[in-house]
Design a protein around this ligand. Sequence first.
Ligand SMILES: Cc1ncc(COP(=O)(O)O)c(C=O)c1O
Length: 370
Amino acid sequence: MMHPSSIQPNAHIAAMAPYALADLNVATGKRPIMLAQNESALPPSPLVVAAVDDVMHAAQFYPDPDWTGLRGAIAQVHDIAPEQILCGGGSMELIDCLTRCYAGPGDRVLSSQYGYAFFRTATRAVGAAFDAAPENDLTVSVDALLGAVQADTRMIFVANPGNPTGTRIRRSELVRLRDALADHIMLVIDEAYGEFADTPGEATFDLASRGNTVVLRTFSKAYGLAGMRVGWGVFPPAVATEMRKILTPNNISVAGQAAATAAMLDQAYMRATCAGIIDRRDRCIRELRNLGLVVPDSFTNFVLIRFPDGDAAVRADRALRAEGIVVRGMAGYGLPECLRVTVGSAADMACATEHLTKHLTTGHNRENPQ
Ligand SMILES: Cc1ncc(COP(=O)(O)O)c(C=O)c1O
């Protein structure tokens, strides 16, 4: 029997809503096609599977707390000093830890209107206030961010490319933002989808040398390792020192470190995976636009579809789900008229576009067909 408890959480935690993950329920009896969580369309490199196999015989030992092999691989591939690299249990752990380091009660944390939802969660968890600057045409606006900075703003998070919009701003805009911000404001550039947008001249890792800017990446998307929970980032040395005090020691498992190291060293596999996803993504965008839907250009592994209104989006979501196809409703992001579709395998994308086309062209898309 449960007894009434006098245990109370901190007031700011009690005031939080649970973090909203995707609803993954599908009609029973259908083969589920999961296109809701921006995971990779492909499993990781075969070298990853072999590397994990190789280390499991030593899984009775705690993992390397300094991620030596993994940092070395990242440093080598991206030409970054290993001391500037920190690794986390997904980039979510790094976002959480940064917020714990640099914001607290009485502070404000700023992001953009359709910024990644976890920025808000991490902010609320430390008792700080969260602000969102308007976007322009589903794209981060540096002017709006600068206009929303207040005297007690301590941190700014910019996901670039953005989730759930898929859009991005150029490096020159991020530099303009950094230049215009006061030095005491921490700028976190979250590049979870960076590998899909990598372009010569657009890399931002060097901004960490300014001392107040961090760039985050993850193995969850382009490297196909969402299930391993490994993220990384480039940190100014003084920021890295503070972060190490509160990152959970031994935070990445033996398997996770081995997997991410092998994945990083197999750049050819990652690049081929991204190229295939980008190809299917752009084909999907063309097909959806031909159906009369509004779809912004995407620099990620997903597309954001804008329906005429929220009801139309809900009906399309239901129709796809009835076929076992799970995409992500965007009402929680203030975009009830949108669905976000992760780019899956060629077969899954063909199936999703076929059913969406059928839904939109047969009259079943109306609430009360005549
Ligand atoms: C913008 C953005 N940042 C961070 C993350 C978290 O990624 P990870 O799996 O590395 O924790 C996601 C995951 O969807 C994301 O979309």
